[in-house]
Write a protein that binds this ligand. Structure first.
Ligand code: ATP
Ligand code: MG
Length: 468
């Protein structure tokens, strides 16, 4: 156990970093607790992030006050997890998670403790936390840092290690193995060897974790500079086999001569290349070739592997998996569309009509994502792709041109609508109206000059005849 204090001057600059970074509001809150006869500390990830020089997302507090006492001390308290001792405190327009110091006992279901006991000793509370670098407490009033498990050393050495025996800690809560993989990637740490060795034996507990929680961790992995670090650990330790075995089949799945890497390494590079701020686009990168292993065949003629329709199969595999892991409808639709259309086979001899049909097929909304994905896909082949990138840039500017001209790219943008067709063709509502509109759009994609009321009404009659 180490306690760094300003009085003892036994730290290496950590205290002044913390004193400087701790928001005034956190100090005010701790003072309020003290005036009420309690103690309070800033705890967990915020301290770790300050010491790493990273920006802090939110400040969490731990206190000796019981939840009902926190409610008495402050006006605006939301009882977010009151049975576990956690409340959300609103203070000067910001919110803070405040947890009563507690010890946890018996994790018979591998998800949550059977008993929670409130305690007085901050070191006891820190002992229930997952990793040494997350088990720190800072008291801004006395300028002391409590570090019972040498987390400050581990931060300095950039090493992720569980608090206490890794096998036991992983068996208590199956999510922790996945948090380990996530923190290695986001913090850019090394995984302690004993901690890693305990991950595979903990898979039976990991299997019990709710899919929503796995989804949230995967999304958080995507905020790393290189998420591949997390997925490489998941591959080594069996987490990936439990969660998404189709991705594991990509390992050693060699491709044709255009690719320097197997599908797995290619996929990892692709995820890392995509913008760090867009987790869902990176998820699409992760899944874009998910259909490759199952669609691979060897062509005797060319002596090469082929992957016919892997994008269609991949879109279906992705759809089912995303449903199973409870991704939102909007995220799922976006990812499935991108997997489905990720093969952008643009060639310089495309006519403007072909460019418009491409936009119509993938939808204008998906174009920016799709071009980013196609670019990352190309750059992850491990060979020079200057020509491919140049073609993608050309496609982008040609799409910009057709959209700037406000040419119709969907049925909604036609100069007439379903009601006009019903009236002029004397039709009742029915599937034929939609088919006629589709046919009119085809005409207009070919020649935008046709998008005029009179001309389209005339064409509608012709299409109706063809349907009869
Ligand atoms: P970030 O917010 O960047 O994901 P964090 O460390 O703040 O990182 P949270 O999930 O916000 O992580 O949790 C806050 C703290 O609660 C952690 O620092 C850790 O001390 C503790 N903690 C969270 N989840 C667990 C868990 N599954 N097992 C043990 N301790 C946990
Ligand atoms: Mg946090």
């Amino acid at each position: 156990m180490v306690e760094y204090s300003a009085k003892n001057k036994n730290d290496n600059g950590e205290l002044s970093l913390l004193a400087e970074a701790t928001p005034q509001a956190v100090g005010e809150l701790c003072r309020r607790f003290e005036q009420g006869g309690y103690r309070a500390w800033a705890v967990g990830g915020s301290l770790r992030d300050v010491l790493l020089g990273r920006s802090v997302a939110d400040w969490d507090l731990a206190t000796t006050a019981r939840p009902e006492e926190v409610c008495r001390l402050f006006d605006r308290v939301i009882p977010t997890g009151i049975e576990h001792g956690t409340v959300t405190l609103i203070w000067k327009k910001a919110s803070y998670e405040v947890t009563t110091l507690r010890a946890e006992h018996g994790y018979s279901d591998g998800r949550r403790p059977d008993h929670v006991r409130f305690v007085e000793d901050i070191a006891e509370d820190l002992a229930r936390r997952d990793f040494t670098v997350n088990a720190l407490a800072y008291d801004p009033l006395n300028d002391t840092l409590t570090d019972p498990f040498f987390g400050v050393n581990d931060i300095r050495d950039r090493r992720l290690r569980t608090v206490g025996d890794p096998l036991q800690r992983f068996s208590e809560d199956g999510l922790r193995v996945l948090r380990a993989a996530r923190f290695v990637a986001t913090l850019e740490f090394d995984l302690d060897a004993r901690t890693e060795a305990a991950m595979e034996p903990s898979l039976p507990v990991f299997r019990k974790v709710a899919h929503e929680r796995v989804r949230d961790e995967w999304i958080k992995c995507m905020a790393a500079r290189a998420p591949s670090a997390a997925f490489d650990i998941m591959k080594r330790t069996g987490l990936l086999k439990v969660t998404l075995p189709e991705l594991l089949e990509q390992v050693d799945c060699t491709q044709n001569r255009w690719h320097a890497f197997d599908v797995w390494r290619h996929t990892m590079l692709c995820v890392d290349q995509l913008p760090q701020g867009d987790a869902i686009l990176r998820m699409a990168g992760l899944l874009h070739d998910i259909g490759k292993p199952k669609s691979r065949a060897f062509s005797e003629k060319t002596k090469e592997y082929t992957f016919y329709n892997h994008e269609k199969l991949g879109a279906e595999l992705a759809r089912h998996w995303l449903e199973d892991y409870r991704f939102s409808n909007a995220d799922r639709a976006r990812i499935v569309d991108l997997v489905r259309h990720h093969l952008v086979c643009y060639a310089a001899d495309w006519t403007d009509a072909a460019v418009r049909r491409f936009v119509r097929r993938v939808s204008l909304e998906r174009v920016p994502d799709l071009l980013l994905l196609a670019e990352a896909d190309a750059m992850s082949k491990g060979r020079p792709v200057d020509r491919e990138l140049e073609l993608l840039r050309e496609l982008r500017s040609r799409i910009d041109k057709v959209t700037a001209n406000r040419e119709a790219l969907s049925v909604r943008e036609l100069a007439i609508d379903g009601r006009d067709i019903m009236r002029s063709c004397a039709l009742r509502p029915g599937p034929r109206i939609g088919r006629i509109l589709e046919a009119l759009l085809e005409d207009v994609l070919e020649d935008p000059a046709l998008n005029q009321r009179e001309i389209l009404l005339e064409h509608a009659l012709r299409h109706l005849k063809a349907l009869e």
